[in-house]
Design a protein around this ligand. Structure first.
Ligand SMILES: Nc1nc2c(ncn2[C@@H]2O[C@H](COP(=O)(O)OP(=O)(O)OP(=O)(O)O)[C@@H](O)[C@H]2O)c(=O)[nH]1
Ligand SMILES: [Mg+2]
Length: 221
């Protein structure tokens, strides 16, 4: 894999990214034109998707945090880059799944929209699959990873809310989650530990995106 030099010097923290909101699509026909490589964010309701987005993009309240889970079944699309003049990638923030109390119609709505997106043939380079570090992976996650593999979409697994555990607890949980997945399906990338409270994992995430070619620093001065 080609490694692109990070467009910031080592001691400097990755700068805030530029994110332009495009649309909240509740219907497949509302998806924006697929013009650029895409990154999708998936995870159970309450797994910390919106919080990761806000922390990772370096801005507050871009995505709604902690609202009633599972209320809206929409995909939020953003254009993301280091600077406005750089080639952006498209970010798709998918609605949370696995909310046990949700009515059947809502589960069906999630499936229709997520399937419509993930099976659309759009240039989806990677899916970030988020899960709360304190939760055991479930059939929901395994099924999703297996499905994405059949679609040929690489998955990066992210354990969120690591700040909720102390260091040794977190390490134990990370190893356990990795092991549990490896029994079912080999992971392409090591599990990434993330906290939207402390920012842990943000630099790694950005580095991975540079390595994968989604974030380009090539036209940096
Ligand atoms: N301590 C801690 N709390 C977090 C972290 N990430 C998210 N939370 C909290 O977890 C709850 C859910 O976070 P959200 O970011 O809204 O989760 P979501 O996956 O977007 O949820 P849905 O939009 O319902 O699917 C909120 O109360 C957040 O404040 C984290 O890294 N650390
Ligand atoms: Mg959310």
């Amino acid at each position: 894999m080609k490694t692109v030099a990070a467009p910031y010097s080592a001691p400097e923290r990755p700068p805030a990214l530029v994110a332009d909101f495009i649309i909240s699509a509740a219907e497949i026909r509302q998806f924006p034109e697929s013009e650029r490589p895409e990154l999708a964010i998936l995870g159970r309701s309450n797994s910390g998707k919106s919080s990761l987005l806000n922390r990772w993009l370096g801005r507050k309240a871009l995505a709604r945090v902690g609202a009633t889970p599972g209320r809206t079944c929409q995909i939020n699309f953003f254009r993301v880059a280091f600077r406005p003049q750089d080639q952006p990638f498209l970010l798709a923030d998918l609605p949370g799944y696995g909310f046990a109390a949700a009515p059947k119609s809502q589960v069906a709505g999630w499936r229709r929209l997520a399937t419509g997106y993930l099976e659309s043939g759009r240039p989806i380079k990677t899916v970030l699959l988020l899960m709360d570090i304190r939760r055991e992976p479930s059939a929901d996650e395994y099924d999703l990873v297996a499905w994405l593999e059949t679609l040929g979409i690489p998955v990066w697994l992210i354990a969120t809310k690591v700040d909720k555990l102390n260091r040794s607890e977190a390490r134990t949980r990370l190893l356990r989650i990795e092991k549990m997945f490896e029994v079912v399906i080999p992971l392409a990338h090591p599990l990434l530990a993330f906290s939207s409270t402390t920012g842990q994992g943000r630099e790694r995430l950005i580095e991975n995106l540079i390595d994968s070619g989604l974030l380009t620093g090539s036209n940096f001065d």
